[in-house]
Design a protein around this ligand. Structure first.
Ligand code: G6P
Length: 478
């Protein structure tokens, strides 16, 4: 039976329907490469949700226990959760409520609504979390370590502890955590329920000290829990149990990125992008994001427009490569945002574009090879989220760029805690300041840019995914 279990909403593999049945595609991301550190033969199991019809069909085979061949050596158990329960839990609570609270995204016209639909969705969220807790309780070996991921699964640690007190349970938040004054806008019983759920873990971990402190402050404020500090070590005591709080700042996977960025498909995309950039020595400002409100793409475009307005010398001489890949399109507020991104890019091109120069090259179909090609061509990376747990793009571009890329970085991104010394920091709401930072980044002398880029790349790779994962596992067992 598995000694190490990972649980997350999105698993390491996704299915699509092909003519000859179901085809599996292996996903990327820090968690997938992190888990690879324990090796294919270690007794590990990944429990995740089936996310679409093809996943559901795959999940129905053999109780969701997927064949090794489809999953690149990882054993995976995909949970076939009732589609309505899933939609309420994922769209209704995780992505609309918890994501919005932790990223402090509520603003007119998208305001919190805690009505009967919310109560139904929260009941579904509990059912969905219970399905995970049941599966983990069923599969885990005596004393196994269970690493529960993210805001989709905040109730799992508490539910799992009630079923299997022998397990070592960790919870990891990949998002920010809201400070108490904002967190308290949740209904009181929900606010307490989520915190109690996470405190069911032996260890709750975060990407930065800032999010860890906010979580502890919420526990004190909402639950009246005691927060203990011993040097750097933080813990929360509630109802006689202690939950240790940890910080593991996931870094970029330099070996993987450098190798992947030199494959033929990336070279091809570079040639295509060079064509779109045009003009021999035009500079580039690069951004790559999910089309996500917290990523602040529209304000980034306004800042680029302002750069062209205030610095006519950059007209014809810089191109903004803006890649915004569709995300969570079941939610109207995301669909509207996606449309606004496209509209804004078009307006800038109408206003400033010439026969030989397209100021904003916007791509909206997800293509990892093209993202890497843009990283290689980046003179400036623009990473300006309103709030972000970490933001790996900020860490990946300096590793891959061949032009000694400068980084314009929001002070509200988790990555800022590690990269501030060599980035140009911005307040993400301040369009004027972001435009000035873009100008400054473009004008940095080449030698200084290269030096900064070198230091950014070392800071960005300080904790690669494999070590990030093993550190957590060790801390959980220790
Ligand atoms: C964030 C979350 C992840 C999530 C990802 C993509 O990074 O922390 O848990 O998987 O966004 O979002 P999605 O809703 O497409 O899974």
């Amino acid at each position: 039976m598995p000694q190490v279990l990972v649980a997350s909403n999105r698993g390491p593999v996704a299915y699509t329907r092909a003519e000859d049945g179901l085809t599996a595609r292996r996903g990327g991301g820090g968690l997938v490469s992190g888990l690879s550190a324990i090796g294919a033969d270690a007794d590990a199991l990944w429990v995740c949700a089936a996310l679409g019809d093809a996943d559901r069909a795959a999940a129905r085979a053999d109780g969701g226990r997927l064949p090794l061949a489809d999953t690149g050596g990882q054993r995976v158990r995909m949970l076939d959760i009732d589609p309505e329960v899933f939609a309420d839990a994922y769209n209704g609570i995780a992505n609309s409520v918890l994501w919005f609270v932790h990223h402090m995204l509520y603003q007119t016209p998208f305001e919190p609504v805690f009505d009967a639909a919310f109560e139904k969705a929260y009941a579904a969220y509990r059912t969905y979390n219970t399905a995970f807790a049941d599966a983990l309780a069923e599969d885990a070996d005596e004393g196994a370590a269970v690493l529960v991921q993210d805001y989709h699964l905040t109730l799992v640690p508490g539910l799992l502890r009630a079923r299997r007190p022998d397990l070592r349970v960790g919870h990891f938040s990949h998002t920010p955590w809201a400070p108490p004054d904002y967190y308290r806008l949740l209904p009181d019983d929900t606010a307490a329920d989520v915190l109690r759920g996470v405190l069911g873990a032996d260890r709750a971990a975060f990407l930065t000290h800032r999010w860890a402190e906010a979580f502890a402050a919420c526990c004190a404020d909402v639950l009246g829990a005691e927060v203990h500090r011993d040097g750097d070590a933080l813990s929360v005591v509630h109802e006689g149990r202690t939950t240790r709080i940890g910080v593991h700042g996931l870094g970029a996977d330099a070996d993987f990125l450098r190798e992947r960025a030199h494959r033929p498909d990336v070279e091809e995309r570079m040639a295509a992008l060079r064509e779109q950039i045009g003009g021999g020595d035009r500079r580039t400002v690069v951004r790559v994001d999910r089309t996500e409100l917290s990523k602040n793409i529209v304000r980034g475009l306004h800042a680029f427009r302002r750069l062209l307005e205030d610095h006519p010398e950059w007209r014809e001489n810089v191109v903004h490569l803006a890649f915004a890949y569709p995300s969570r399109q079941d939610l109207a507020v995301y669909r509207e945002y996606t449309a606004e991104v496209t509209r804004t890019a078009e307006q800038i091109n109408d206003q400033y574009g010439t026969a030989t120069w397209t100021p904003v090259v916007l791509h909206v179909e997800d293509d990892f090879a093209r993202s890497l090609a843009a990283y290689r061509l980046a003179d400036v990376a623009l990473v300006n989220p309103i709030r972000d747990g970490m933001n790996l793009v900020a860490k990946e571009v300096p590793v891959v760029s061949e032009r000694g890329c400068a980084l314009v970085l929001s002070r509200e991104a988790g990555a800022h805690e590690e990269l501030a010394a060599d980035a140009l920091s911005v307040n993400p709401y301040d369009i004027g300041a972001t435009a000035r930072a873009l100008a400054e980044a473009l004008e940095l002398p080449a030698a200084e840019r290269a030096e900064r880029a070198g230091r950014l790349a070392s800071a960005a790779t300080a904790l690669p995914p494999q070590r990030w994962f093993l550190d957590q596992l060790q801390a959980l067992r220790g």
